[in-house]
Design a protein around this ligand. Structure first.
Ligand code: SF4
Length: 458
């Protein structure tokens, strides 16, 4: 490996006990060993495992022009599985982290009082966060942006459920939850870490010709299996979910959005306090919610509750929607007012809440045990193509390997199921080009992925 393109070269060590932050060099040797994302997070986790670490990392391609290179990954011990869990963070999170000047963040120990980590332009501070402890997610995002004076700040944060260490708490990316089905928000709560706020105006070096190669791949993807499709509504038929949910989503959709550089916009803004067609500001402060969590919508829909409104409650409290909906189902709750009261109670209950360990999806899911190291909010199978189009036979093993690839190179794990055009060979070619690393091969990549899975499940 000849260059460190794609990375800033910085690992931040944030010690919650001492309140000190230090920056270490991201060594080329570590990138050669684990490439990035969850695989490199695991190396850092093992290095610091005596200090109860939580690792936030970016993938090798994160924030580059590689299609859908938006991903950051948080790695820690899941209070749900009791083992290592890797949580994917999409939207702008990984991009903002790199452009704020850091590739990886190692969070050690526990703070004596509520703190937040503020990363901006290569600088890092652990700040007092008592001003937002006890506030809901939406209030906290607004306050963070007000305090640091920038509406473009990207935050990973927890709500009351995380503060109360509820196992089904969920990390939130700004206002709209995340694919955290592993309860790492409860880990943040146990550490008294309310938020990681990021803002960066930096830039990355990429190899000559990388942009053109990435653009060619993106154009190939756009004319492939995803062509003509958009939004969560188009996931419903391939997953065998209720067609009435599709009608509900279509009738409430105001717009669809894509995360950084994603060719498939699945984030769907659903309006319920004004007409979905309304575009002008009309004084309705919270007209709806933006979500990529189809499993959560499907679970609330099955209860006969207005699913988007129940999701809003989960987002504000920082609860996993599908897990919360299953608890409400067992309680026999079938109306929105009772659901909202029950969700408030769940967020306040602390670690007495027992997750049932079931898939968030109300469909049959057949994945191997190793799948439990990754987010189960990601669909359990490819959506517009067959497993064979990805060159695989065993659907379960393929899913785990495909997720491990996405979490390592830094692309969204949902998108990885949509785009057979992102082949191992294409990834290898672009890693070789980025790092001037001729010895990097399919075998190197497979070995990194296998090591990630083995270390995470071991
Ligand atoms: S598939 Fe959806 S969640 Fe994933 S990057 Fe694209 S828009 Fe974001």
């Amino acid at each position: 490996m000849e260059t460190m393109n794609n990375y800033t070269g910085n690992i931040l060590i944030a010690d919650l006990e001492s309140g000190e932050c230090e920056t270490e060099e991201l060594s080329p040797g570590l990138v050669e060993k684990a490439l990035g994302g969850a695989a490199l997070n695991m190396e850092l986790y093992e290095k610091y495992k005596d200090r109860d670490p939580l690792i936030l990392g970016t993938g090798f391609f994160t924030a580059t022009f590689f299609p859908c290179s938006c991903l950051a990954v948080m790695t820690g011990i899941s209070p749900i599985t009791g083992g290592i869990g890797h949580v994917p963070l999409t939207w702008q999170t990984g991009v903002e982290l790199k452009l704020a000047g850091f590739d990886f963040v190692v969070i050690l120990g526990k703070a004596a009082k509520p703190m937040r980590l503020w990363l901006h332009d290569g600088l890092s501070d652990l700040n007092d966060s008592e001003d937002i402890w006890g506030k809901d997610v939406w209030q906290s995002v607004d306050k963070i942006r007000e305090v640091y004076g920038d509406d473009m700040i990207q935050s990973i944060l927890i709500g009351k459920a995380g503060e109360n260490k509820v196992p089904i708490a969920q990390l939130s990316e700004n206002y709209w939850g995340s694919a955290d089905t592993l309860g790492l928000a409860a880990v943040c709560g146990a550490k008294n870490l309310k938020a990681i706020a990021m803002r960066g105006l930096g830039s990355l070096e990429v190899a000559d010709g990388f942009f053109q190669k990435s653009l060619e791949l993106k154009n190939e993807i756009l004319s492939g299996a995803i062509k003509g499709k958009a939004g969560l509504k188009d996931f419903i038929a391939p997953l065998g979910l209720d067609a009435k949910l599709k009608e509900k989503i279509e009738s409430a959709t105001h717009r669809i959005n894509a995360c950084y550089n994603c060719p498939y916009p699945c984030y769907t803004f659903l309006k319920y306090r004004e007409a979905p067609s309304a575009t002008a500001q009309n004084g309705v402060a919270d007209p709806g919610c933006l979500t990529a969590d189809l499993a959560g919508l499907a679970r609330f829909h099955m209860l006969g509750i207005d699913a988007p409104q129940a999701m809003e409650k989960c987002f504000k409290s920082g609860l996993q929607p599908a897990a919360a909906a299953r608890i409400l189902e067992k309680k026999g709750i079938k109306d929105l007012a009772a659901a909202e009261a029950a969700l408030d109670a769940l967020a306040a209950e602390g670690n007495d809440v027992k997750p049932d360990g079931q898939s968030p999806w109300p469909i049959e899911v057949a994945l191997p045990q190793a799948a439990g190291i990754f987010s189960s909010a990601v669909p359990p199978k490819p959506l517009f193509a067959q497993v064979s189009n990805f060159g695989a036979q065993d659907a379960g093993q393929w899913w785990v390997q495909r997720q491990a690839l996405a979490y390592t190179i830094g692309i969204c794990p949902i998108f990885a199921l949509l785009a057979p055009e992102v082949t191992l060979e294409k990834v290898v070619e672009l890693v070789q080009m980025s790092a001037e690393w001729d010895a990097f091969s399919s075998d190197t990549l497979k070995n990194i992925i296998d090591t990630l899975i083995k270390k995470s499940t071991g």
